[in-house]
Design a protein around this ligand. Sequence first.
Ligand code: DAH
Length: 353
Amino acid sequence: MTTGSLVERAEKLREAFLAEHANVRDERSVSGIESLRLSYLGRKGTVTALLEGLRDCSKEERPLAGKAINILKQFVEGEIKSLQEQGEEWSLAAKLAEKPLDISLPVDSLVRSGGLHPVTLVRRELLAEFRKLGFTVYDGPEIDFDRYNFTSLNMPSEHPARDMQDTFYVAGSDNLLLRTHTSNIQIHCMLNEKPPLRIVAPGRVFRKDSDPTHTPMFHQIEAFVVDRNITFAHMKGVIDTFMKGVFGSNMKTRLRPSFFPFVEPGAELDLQCVQCSGKGCRLCKMTGWLEVGGCGMIHPNVFEAVEYDSEVYSGFAFGFGIDRMAMLKYKLEDLRQMFEGDYEFLGHFPLHT
Ligand code: DAH
């Protein structure tokens, strides 16, 4: 080595390295770290060259120069190593700062396909009204025994009233059936609970019917109250308040004497026509009224079937079709279209009421 002592050159190299090191760090350049390593420690690197220069220097100079170069080498190695560690963090931070991957489905198509079924919308609305009146929701089986659907509701086998409801029986069984009405929940509930009861029970029901106003599956909602001293007047008040809550305070209701085996007295429940407000139109066949359900005072035989003392307790029950309510509300003409799963039809209904 001729020009300058190796010790001086090592000192200069250290300064050069510090300057380059600062650059790489300021720019957080991951690729810069590897270039820096190669240019100082690589096979043709400057520190390597300096070490090779030791061969040519004088015996006197060699120990001191060797020590200085080794210290420089260790220093550079240490700094590169810590840069490499930092480099991993820089890469991660850079990745995180990139535009994040959008893993959601396109919102647009969701909005277009989203919506609740009209029956769901109306059921929710009806239940909300019932809750305001202090009713609790109760559920019951869709496949049920004859005993709950008929016998305990004062319709023993061979009773002609069973013919009113054309029933699906489960194959291979003569006492298991698809419930024909939600009134079966009265029995399940009363067997499980003690009065006082204020219950509302919505659900699917099944009958062998199919025409523009009947489908083999449809929805009903049943409400009943059992306590001491419950009267027909309570029933009338609850029904009227409820219907006014759903259709507005101008809604009028009407009860007409009728027969249902599980109530006595029993009545047909009519709503003032939603289309013509009672004046008479095609929808109400010029009567001004729409028949929506049945009601009455719970029959003592029903109480007996669930072992409630009918001398102590009385109660009323009413039931009506949810689908019919949805048809009235959304002015639909054919009940069947509600259950055909037609995308176009379903797309008309909102996500919320
Ligand atoms: N379950 C009857 C039906 O499906 C409707 C009904 C009538 C329910 C009178 C009642 C009632 O609770 O009291 O035809």
